[in-house]
Design a protein around this ligand. Sequence first.
Ligand SMILES: [Zn+2]
Ligand SMILES: [Zn+2]
Length: 465
Amino acid sequence: MFEQNQLSAMDFGTMSDEGLIEALRAVHGAAAAAQAAEVFAVRELYRRARAASAEPGPGGVRAGEFAAAEAAVALYVDEGTAGALIDIGLVLEEALPRTRMAFAAGRIDLAKVRVIVDSTRALAKEVVDALEPRLLEAAARTNPARLRQAARRWANRLDPGGARRRRERRQENRDVRIRAVQDSMAVFDGLLPAPGAQTVAMRLREMSLQVCAADPRTMPQRRADALVALADGSGRLRCRCGRGERCPKVGVPVEPPRRPLIQIGIAADTLLDMREAPAFLAGYGPIDAALARLLAEHASFQVVSEHTDGGATDEAALRRVASEIRAVDGMCRFPGCTIPAAEGELERSGGGLAVLCSRHGRLKSLADKRKQWRVWRDDRDRLQWTAPDGDVHTTVREGARYLFPHTDIELPAVETAGIRAAFTADRPTGEELLYPLDGHIPLHRQLARIAPENDIPDDAPEHRG
Ligand SMILES: [Zn+2]
Ligand SMILES: [Zn+2]
């Protein structure tokens, strides 16, 4: 294996073509071995967290999960990725010893490890023991996509009777998720049992045909609109042919959509068309000013003052301050978390109120008892989190960056002939370029709720025994 200083000292410019390919193989193996070390290290962190929290009760059972929070904050990756690394580490140790060794030696990379983990997950132990050496041989001379095909074929040959069991196991992985991409768009994605997926597909098709033939939308556009119409309560598409009374579909009643399903933060001057600062769509991130104004046409409004005060005592004032704090916080105040503030709870944190999602609210309340994570308030804007390893991470009020654009002081600005152009280093959330783990479904159930969006909040206190 190459040491890091050897790698950076390689002079690619002087190598022959063959030498370059040779070097490429070597560095790929070194990267794989380093990722294996990362998997084993985070898995060890998890083991220790579990061992330290053996006591019964909701805190004890789940405390190991916060190893993922600690790793995620230290590496600046999302918690779902850290959870997937822990899960893969556990599976390698429990069921795939040969794969574990090959990974540690850098003979296979994380993408192929993931294929082997995925394609052996619902197989009997004897089948896995027979299959694993073959998969490793194949992994040495093929790419992850072909390896996945071969694994499926062999699994079906070795265990033809297991199809029903695999289907039943697979159904446990059903899921619907969204992922923000550029330009105010998001990918809506999911894994459903085929009959359920077909039910959704046929319903969308039916709805797509509820408008007349002159509706200008393509079928893909209609299906997309129909899915939203299913969710917003309107239940059907309104025809856009623009023919008024001559439209054969005129007079079909369309329910008005339910409104308070989304929340947008927008600066007052942008709303009034005097400025083009981006607005904030809770759960997504920045959207352009024109789209925000379009959405605002049907919105109900709440005015948020820049100097929200926490000194209110009567019930109504507290409620008002609570919604203002949600607006200026924008999202959960734990480092790296993107859960919208509307879905979080207000918690006393470092002597003030701040929004935390259910997962990080639990982390903080455990921390209060164990003194592992410490939270304090630097000023009105900044919350400091000290991780168990002593590292300090600061979070700011994200919502305020949109509501009061002049507070966005980290924004690099470029002046060009009177036009003010700004560049931000945003990357779409949910994309980890280093870890080919997008959509990994943990085999260990306790790891399936590590991503904050998968956390199931505890019941209200009165339901506890
Ligand atoms: Zn029409
Ligand atoms: Zn959170």
